[in-house]
Design a protein around this ligand. Structure first.
Ligand SMILES: Nc1ncnc2c1ncn2[C@@H]1O[C@H](COP(=O)(O)OP(=O)(O)OP(=O)(O)O)[C@@H](O)[C@H]1O
Length: 279
């Protein structure tokens, strides 16, 4: 069999949803791309371009009209522990402790309860929450809950981690901490990440490559390689490579004619410089 450089591949994905009158509306129109092993690939595009629908199809939570995803060369169907998912909304079971939440996915994938408990505690250690194993989700902050959700998705050792705006509900400071923390986890384990965001800085900060989509219907605009050196820190945001790439991705997502005011603001920030801009 022909081997592919990709662990996960989208092959000509088409998705129609029904309008209220029953007529079909094309939301995704022939999306094809590949994600390499251990790659961090983000999907970005204007609101309604079908980012969530696309990642939900990869997770097996949404059907396709035509086309398919391949994981390790095999057609994906339904949900599977091989494709872990983290959502924007906190999805932990409120009646289960943190440890039991992480154990849940393990027991569903066939682990005995002793092995599941041992593994859950190891994963909680990886995400720095081992002291909170017996707590309940409502006793944790939003950022901590998302760390548990990440541990829960990673515990069954999926081939890919699918993340749909996982930090979208967090405040700016927690979001930035979570981005750094996610890069740390990603660096240390063998995991490939497909990440949906509408935040340009987040996409550039995290990714190896960024898939930009256009809307109505959702199509691939460009697959952009992020040449910002790693490891990335707050300082990375001020590198010329970062600014150039961010501006290129912004141009792909928003036609130049629509973004005059932001461009002017950006130039003013550039002229006054970093120190003055934060005053
Ligand atoms: N179950 C559904 N039934 C009908 N239409 C749907 C359904 N789910 C999504 N849509 C429509 O499909 C389009 C794409 O939605 P989707 O949520 O995938 O976009 P998105 O790019 O993730 O948007 P946002 O950035 O605003 O979250 C939207 O127009 C949405 O209204």
């Amino acid at each position: 069999m022909e081997s592919s450089e990709f662990i996960l591949e989208a092959k000509d994905i088409v998705k129609d949803f029904a309008e209220s009158d029953g007529s079909p509306r094309r939301v995704l129109d022939g999306i094809s791309f590949g994600v390499k092993r251990r790659e961090f690939l983000s999907i970005i595009g204007p609101s309604g371009c079908g980012k969530s629908t696309l990642i939900r199809i990869a997770a097996g939570l949404e059907t396709v009209t035509s086309g398919h995803f391949l994981l390790d060369g095999k057609k994906v169907s339904g949900t599977s522990a091989e494709r872990g998912m983290v959502f924007q909304k906190y999805t932990l079971f409120p009646w289960l402790s943190v440890k039991q939440n992480v154990m849940f996915g393990l027991i569903s994938s066939g682990y005995g309860s002793n092995d599941a408990e041992e593994s859950a505690l190891q994963w909680l250690q990886i995400v720095g929450l081992e002291k909170y194993a017996e707590y309940y989700p409502k006793q944790l902050s939003g950022g901590m809950q998302q760390r548990v959700a990440i541990a829960r998705a990673l515990a069954p050792q999926p081939r890919v981690l699918l993340m749909d705006e996982p930090f979208g509900a967090l405040d700016a400071q927690t979001r930035s901490q979570m981005q750094k923390y996610l890069l740390e986890v990603w660096k240390n384990i063998d995991i490939t990440i497909l990440f949906v965001t509408h935040d340009l800085d987040e996409a550039v900060f995290l990714s190896d490559r960024i898939l930009t989509l256009q809307a109505n219907p959702g199509k691939v605009k460009e697959l952009v390689t992020v040449d910002v050196p790693r490891p990335r820190t707050e300082e990375s945001l001020f590198l010329p490579e970062f600014k150039t790439l961010r501006s290129h991705v912004e141009d792909l997502i928003h036609p130049v004619s629509e973004k005059k005011p932001e461009e002017e603001t950006f130039n003013i920030v550039n002229m006054v410089g970093k120190k003055n801009a934060v005053r």
